[in-house]
Ligand binder design. Sequence first.
Ligand code: AMP
Length: 213
Amino acid sequence: MPKNFIIYGYPGAGKTTQVDLLKKSGLQFTHIAVGVLLREIAGLDTPLGRKVKASMASGELVDEDFVLRLVKDALRTADASLPIIFDGYPRSMNQIRGMEEICREYSLEIPTLLCLKITKEEAVRRLTDRRVCSVCKENFSAAALSGAGKCVKCGGELIQREDDKPEAIETRFDLFDLQFGVIRHHYQSLDKYIEIDGMGKVEEVQEQIIRLI
Ligand code: AMP
């Protein structure tokens, strides 16, 4: 059974949703979600915060050296006895090398890449429908909310992520399509590549993941 995983897939494939569900089921692991870490930095009114925010809003990748440092910093404070789920890393050949460096430096087993497969149409539908609470960061479906503008958990204002707007979505998909082949090939050649059908209901996808890990 692999110890460490990368959760991978189109923007909107349900990566963070699935990892959050695994946490709720009581599984103990370290979750390194690069997008979440970057959004925290992007929320800071500092030169770095503004720079990260601008890259993210356009759908481009944030500076890769910076992201590598961010992942290493997150690992420094992690409980070494727990499995790790990397969410949103690696996303390029450069970052695959970064991951190798991380595994050497922290004596980690090379993670198995778990790819949640969904169609582009479904990804666009989900991203366009996504609303996020500006306070507690919980995700909601705009269609399911039927017009309610407040978070049902904390009452915070619901907003659309800048990178869920149409122009940024296009850039994010282009980047994904460009890198997917290389990333899949790399993990397949290590015999560490698993594909899961991500089109079903959240609970069905979760069942498939639990069966695997
Ligand atoms: P996500 O929440 O994983 O969809 O990530 C949101 C945004 O954060 C991406 O569109 C990128 O701008 C940035 N980002 C996330 N992961 C990475 C990464 N590994 N390298 C560079 N930028 C990233």
